[in-house]
Design a protein around this ligand. Structure first.
Ligand code: HMH
Length: 220
């Protein structure tokens, strides 16, 4: 029969926290057209640092995939690796457009906390199942958050549409769904303790994403 995967079950089990991460007042304010542009600029500069920091993590996921006996997912993850270069250029262009000087930006506390978590996930003793699940939920929070900003009825300001399209596009959604399939297959074959660790990482990412939006939308 049709059986929902492990990740879908977790999204249901932790529904409230998932909603807090993907329907945060900050991203909802983008969709409503009421977003505070200084908050948007803060998010932009902090996320640039986050994406730079995440390169090592994504590389570690690729490495784990290649070491895994079934590495048929290599191309999906490689696609993620390949898109980072373009993403960093995008941030630089976008920052210039908004008059944000990326060279003078320092990471705020919630960002540093997220960096520490990513570094801990990069360790060799973290299993592929945990790493790929972590990667999937990190990408999915952005896909769902920005996808909502371009859904029917949005009042997203035109100058923010490019940002929303970046993570809200059909192509990015498909990529997230590919990551989800890989995560579900890995989790179906993983030992119980790895599945438990993956669920803890899933929850931790949601907390960190909520913290990241909070950091972006409030002065600190
Ligand atoms: C904080 N989470 C954060 N930044 C991002 N760019 C993504 C997820 C998606 O890659």
């Amino acid at each position: 029969g049709v059986e929902a995967g492990t990740t879908a079950a977790w999204m249901e089990r932790h529904r409230q926290m998932y909603e807090r991460a993907t329907r945060h007042p900050f991203t909802v304010s983008i969709r409503d057209g009421t977003v505070d542009l200084s908050a948007f600029k803060r998010w932009l500069s902090q996320d640039y640092l986050f994406v730079r920091e995440s390169v090592t993590f994504i590389a570690s996921v690729l490495l784990k995939c290649c070491k895994h006996e079934d590495n048929s997912d290599m191309e999906v993850i490689l696609g993620g690796v390949a898109s980072i270069s373009d993403e960093l250029s995008w941030f630089k262009n976008e920052a210039a457009r908004w008059g944000v000087d990326l060279a003078s930006v320092s990471p705020l506390n919630s960002n540093l906390e997220y960096h520490r978590f990513l570094r801990s996930c990069t360790e060799p003793e973290i299993s592929y199942a945990v790493a790929i699940t972590t990667f999937w939920i990190i990408e999915t929070v952005y896909q769902d958050s920005f996808g909502f900003c371009i859904e029917e009825g949005n009042k997203t300001p035109p100058e923010l549409m490019g940002t929303c399209q970046r993570w809200g596009s059909a192509g990015f959604k498909q990529y997230c769904q590919s990551l989800q399939k890989i995560a579900d297959r890995c989790l179906a074959n993983a030992p119980a303790d790895a599945v438990k660790s993956a669920e803890e990482a899933f929850i931790r990412v949601l907390e960190l994403e909520i913290g990241f939006w909070e950091m972006s939308s409030s002065q600190s």
